[in-house]
Design a protein. Structure first.
Length: 53
């Protein structure tokens, strides 16, 4: 799905911020940062997570 359409649906109130973040594959904090500063590109390359063995 087009990221711009997902964000537009959130701004129109059709989906919640949690649903928007889930569709885009981001956490809520990342998403809110992108919504406040629209100049930053939305990528899935987030923080590296450690794996316990």
């Amino acid at each position: 799905m087009d990221k711009r359409k997902v964000i537009a649906a959130y701004r129109r109130g059709l989906i919640s911020v949690q649903e928007c973040a889930q569709i885009l594959g981001l956490d809520n904090v990342e998403l809110l940062g992108h919504l406040r500063d629209p100049g930053t590109p939305i990528t899935k390359a987030g923080k590296k997570q450690s794996v316990r063995t």
